[in-house]
Design a protein around this ligand. Structure first.
Ligand code: 2HA
Ligand code: ZN
Length: 270
């Protein structure tokens, strides 16, 4: 078996967490990531069918039964992942139709999967139905997007259109737009199901007055979705209190659709 601390998926995960911490998106123990692993790749480092510590999940995810995930640990600080990955992260295999998570590596101090495990697993199941190449769910508290939810309408089309108008790249980075959940208590199966439902039509789901969820095919792409939306929110907040003299028009957004071969969410451009 190869050394898992040298596995590209683990190194990339730790780099992503460190980066997100430095951007101020993951204060204290906030934020969580889960990465669906390719079985053949992960089997180079661990016996995926071997024994492990069993943790009841409190939910079901039959579509993900037997799948292995690299996940962040509940209460762990993104800041510290680089110093002790085996404490802050875990590699788990879902068993019993998702009702159990078997820890095969990591969560070394007796830790548990992220408190947002339900939202992650339910979102993976939905996104895999939309895109078989889907692999990553990522949650964090990006400052500008979070601030925007206090001062902007939470209506999804309006929220998305504002972001699309703030940076030329937005409409082709997230043509499916941004869905928005009203504030709800976090860490529950209810917010997990609500998030997963929203994930059926967009890869970005804002949790009003809390943060954001993103889904994608790899860590870079998923991180980049949030990075791009966060930049747009920053421009919005820098300009919202000033007279708007110029804007990217819907006609120009249609030009971008053609230029980059993407289609904006049906009905969200005039
Ligand atoms: O992991 O961010 O939403 C802590 C959180 C909960
Ligand atoms: Zn959070």
């Amino acid at each position: 078996m190869k050394n898992i601390l040298e596995a590209p998926f683990l190194i990339e995960m730790v780099r992503t967490m460190t980066n997100m911490y430095r951007l101020g998106w993951d204060e204290r123990n906030s934020g969580n990531i889960s990465l669906l692993l390719d079985r053949d790749q992960a089997a180079q480092y661990l016996d995926l069918d071997g024994p492990g510590r069993d943790i009841p999940t409190g939910f079901q995810a039959p579509a993900l039964d037997g799948q292995c995930f690299l996940i962040t640990g509940a209460g762990k600080y993104f800041k510290n992942a680089q110093y002790d990955p085996a404490d802050g992260l875990g590699l788990v295999r879902l068993t019993q139709g998702g009702r159990n998570a078997r820890v095969l590596w990591g969560l070394s101090g007796g830790g548990r999967p992220t408190s947002e495990f339900p939202a992650h697993m339910m979102s993976h199941a939905v996104r895999l139905g939309v895109d078989p190449a889907h692999r990553v769910v990522l949650h964090c508290h990006p400052t500008e997007l979070l601030a925007m939810t206090y001062v902007h309408s939470l209506e999804e089309r309006a929220f998305t259109r504002t972001l699309w108008q703030m940076c030329t790249e937005c409409v082709f980075v997230f043509p499916d737009g941004v869905n928005v959940l009203p504030w709800m208590p976090c860490g529950t199966n209810e917010i997990g199901q609500a998030t997963a439902d929203k994930m059926s039509t967009a890869r970005l789901v804002v949790w009003a007055l809390h943060g954001i969820y993103a889904a994608g095919r790899d860590l870079d792409e998923t991180f980049g979705l949030i990075e791009t939306a966060e930049k747009a929110a920053q421009i919005y907040l820098k300009t919202a209190h000033l007279p708007r003299l110029n804007t990217i028009t819907d006609a120009q957004l249609h030009q971008l659709e053609q230029r980059f071969g993407v289609k904006a969410r049906e009905g969200w451009l005039d």
